[in-house]
Write a protein that binds this ligand. Structure first.
Ligand code: FAD
Length: 488
C-alpha cells in the first residue's frame, strides 16, 4: 500500500487527512500525520481564548478523536530527503528515526516573524498557539489582582498597560478583544478605574488591517479610541528591554504584557529538506498543489497552507500568491486530498482557484467588522456574522457544539474570570509542605549504643536516606531494608 506522510496536523494537514479518510478506498493507501502537538489549533479563536470568551480546549481539535483511520505520530519532522523518499522523524521522547514514504504532504504552517529589536525575544509573547492565548489571559487576570492591591504609581501602571505590536488582522482582534475583556472585568475590580488601564497598539505602516477597505479600517481606529485603546500609526517599536517600551516617536512607557503579532514566516523546518524553496522562504508549489514550478514538477511531493507559496489564480493574491490565511489553508487541504486520490488512480488533477470571500473580525463583545469587496458591515451585526461564520467553520459538530455552547453559557452566566497562572508551577503547593529526608551530612549523630555495634552490621546512613520515602506525618518509611532515618 502506498504510504502518505503528512507533515503537520494544523489547518491544511488536518483537512487533507480528514478528506483522505473519506475519499480513499479501503487498502488504497495508508496515511500518517506527524505533529508534535496532538491537536489542530483553530487560530482565529485565539483572541477570544485570550479574552476568556472561549474555553482553550474547545478551540482545538484533538487529532486522535477526529482522524480515526489515520496513524498519528507525536513528533517533529526534522528532515526530508525526497531524493530517497525518507523523512527524519524526531519523536517528543526518544531517538530520531527514518520513515520511508511514497507521497509527502508538507503542511507545517508558519511561525511568528520577529525583527532583532532589543528586548522583544525576552519580554514579548506571540499569538500562534493555544498556550500563548491562555498565558495572555492568565497574565492579564493575575496583573489585575496584583494591581488591585497596589497604590497608584509606576508599578501599578506597568501591570495595567497592554501593548500589541502589529496592526494586521490578528493584532487588531487581540487588541480589541482584550480591551473588551478588561473593561468587562472592572465591575469585579472596584479598586481599578477605567482610566487606570492603558492599551497601546503599535503599527509601522500608516493604516491597519490591509484586508479591509480604508474607511472600514478608520472606523475600527475610531471605535477603539472611543473605547480607550490608542493606535500609534507610522510608529516603530525601538526597544522593549525589561518591559520599557521605546517608540520611534520618542514616547516611552512600561508594560508587563507585550504581544507580538507583526507577521508570520514559513516554518523553518523547510531548511532541513531538499525540496525547492522560493526567495521568501516558502515551499514552491504549483496551482495543482504539487511541489515545483510550471515546468519543473517534483513528483510525489505536495504542499499547502502558510508554509507554501501557492499561486493565486483568482488574481487577488499578494505578489501573485495566496495570502497566509485559514480560508486558503482549509480549501487547499481539501483539494490536495482530492488531487492525491486522483493521482493514485491516474485521474486528472484540478488547479486551486479560490476568490477571497472577504474578512470578518471580532473586536470584543458586541463589536465586529466585515468587508467583502465594497460591502462593509460594522458594529453589532458584524459581530454576529463573526460568531456565526466561525461557529460553523469550526471543524466537526462535536467542536462546534462545545464552542457555541460556551458562548451561550457566557451570555447567561458571564465570562469565567479566575487566573490559573499558578498551573505553570503545579507542584509548588505540594513541594512547599512535603517532608524531605535530611541530607546525610546533617543527619543526627549516631546513638552511643548504635556506635558500639560492629561496623559491618550497621546500615550505611547515606544509602538508607536515599531510599527513604517520608510518610505524610514525617515518620520514615524504609524501602528495601536498613535502619530507618529520621526525616523530621
Ligand atoms: C490570532 C490569529 C487569528 C487568525 N484569524 C484568521 C481568520 O480570522 N481568518 C483566516 O482565514 N485566517 C486567520 N488566521 C490565519 C490562519 O489561522 C492560518 O493561516 C492557518 O492556521 C494556516 O494553516 P496551516 O495548516 O498552514 O498552518 P497551521 O494551522 O499553523 O498548522 C501547522 C502545523 O504544523 C505543525 N508543525 C510545525 N512544524 C512541524 C514539524 N517540523 N514537523 C511536524 N509538524 C510540524 C504545527 O505544530 C502545526 O500543528 C489567524 C491566525 C492567527 C494567529
Amino acid at each position: 500500500m502506498p504510504r502518505i506522510l503528512i507533515v503537520g496536523g494544523g489547518y491544511a494537514g488536518f483537512y487533507t487527512a480528514w478528506k483522505l479518510e473519506k475519499w480513499l478506498r479501503p487498502g488504497e493507501a495508508e496515511v500518517t500525520v506527524v505533529d508534535p502537538l496532538p491537536y489542530m489549533t483553530y487560530q482565529p479563536f485565539l483572541p477570544e481564548v485570550a479574552a476568556g470568551s472561549i474555553e482553550p480546549r474547545h478551540a482545538i481539535v484533538p487529532l486522535r478523536r477526529h482522524l480515526k483511520k489515520t496513524e498519528i505520530v507525536a513528533a517533529k519532522v526534522t528532515g526530508i530527503d525526497h531524493a530517497s523518499k525518507t523523512a527524519t522523524i524526531t519523536p517528543n521522547i526518544g531517538e530520531p528515526y527514518e520513515f520511508a514514504y511514497d507521497q509527502i504532504v508538507v503542511t507545517a504552517g508558519s511561525v511568528s516573524r520577529t525583527f532583532p529589536i532589543p528586548g522583544v525575544a525576552d519580554e514579548a509573547i506571540g499569538l500562534k498557539t493555544i498556550e500563548e492565548a491562555v498565558a495572555i489571559r492568565d497574565r492579564i487576570l493575575t496583573n489585575m489582582d496584583k494591581a488591585a492591591g497596589l497604590p497608584a504609581g509606576p508599578e501599578r501602571d506597568r501591570l495595567l498597560t497592554i501593548v500589541v505590536v502589529g496592526g494586521g488582522f490578528a493584532g487588531i482582534e487581540i487588541f480589541a478583544e482584550l480591551r473588551s475583556f478588561v473593561s468587562g472585568l472592572l465591575k469585579q475590580y472596584p479598586e481599578i478605574k477605567f482610566e487606570d488601564t492603558h492599551f497601546h497598539l503599535i503599527e509601522a505602516m500608516g493604516r491597519i488591517m490591509p484586508e479591509v477597505s480604508l474607511p472600514t479600517s478608520l472606523w475600527v481606529i475610531k471605535n477603539l479610541a472611543e473605547r480607550g485603546a490608542e493606535i500609534h500609526l507610522d510608529t516603530q517599536l525601538k526597544s522593549a528591554v525589561d518591559g520599557v517600551i521605546e517608540l520611534s516617536t520618542g514616547d516611552s512607557f512600561e508594560s508587563d504584557t507585550i504581544i507580538w503579532t507583526a507577521g508570520v514566516m514559513a516554518s523553518p523546518m523547510l531548511k532541513g529538506t531538499d525540496l525547492p524553496i522560493e526567495e521568501r522562504g516558502r515551499l514552491q508549489v504549483r496551482p495543482d498543489l504539487r511541489v515545483g514550478t510550471a515546468d519543473n514538477i517534483v513528483p510525489d511531493a505536495w504542499g499547502a497552507g502558510d508554509v507554501s507559496a501557492v499561486p493565486d489564480l483568482s488574481g487577488g493574491g499578494v505578489g501573485g500568491f495566496c495570502v497566509p490565511n485559514a480560508q486558503h489553508a482549509v480549501r487547499q487541504g481539501r483539494l490536495m486530498a482530492k488531487n492525491i486520490v486522483a493521482e493514485l488512480r491516474g485521474e486528472k488533477l484540478v488547479e486551486y482557484n479560490h476568490k477571497n470571500l472577504g474578512a470578518v473580525a471580532g473586536l470584543g463583545i458586541g463589536v465586529g467588522a466585515f468587508q467583502s469587496g465594497k460591502i462593509a458591515v460594522k458594529g453589532l451585526p458584524a459581530w454576529f456574522m463573526h460568531r456565526g461564520y466561525h461557529g460553523l467553520a469550526m471543524p466537526t459538530w462535536e467542536r462546534k457544539i462545545r464552542v457555541i455552547g460556551n458562548w451561550v453559557f457566557n451570555f447567561v452566566l458571564g465570562r469565567d474570570i479566575a487566573s490559573l497562572e499558578a498551573r505553570v508551577h503545579p507542584r509548588a503547593a505540594f513541594e512547599a509542605f512535603a517532608s524531605r529526608p535530611r541530607p546525610a551530612a546533617e543527619a543526627p549523630a549516631e546513638p552511643a549504643a548504635e556506635a558500639k555495634r560492629p561496623a559491618a552490621k550497621r546500615a550505611p546512613a547515606k544509602k538508607t536516606a536515599e531510599k527513604s520515602l517520608p510518610s505524610p506525618e514525617g515518620a520514615p518509611i524504609v524501602v528495601g531494608g536498613g535502619d530507618p532515618v529520621d526525616t523530621k
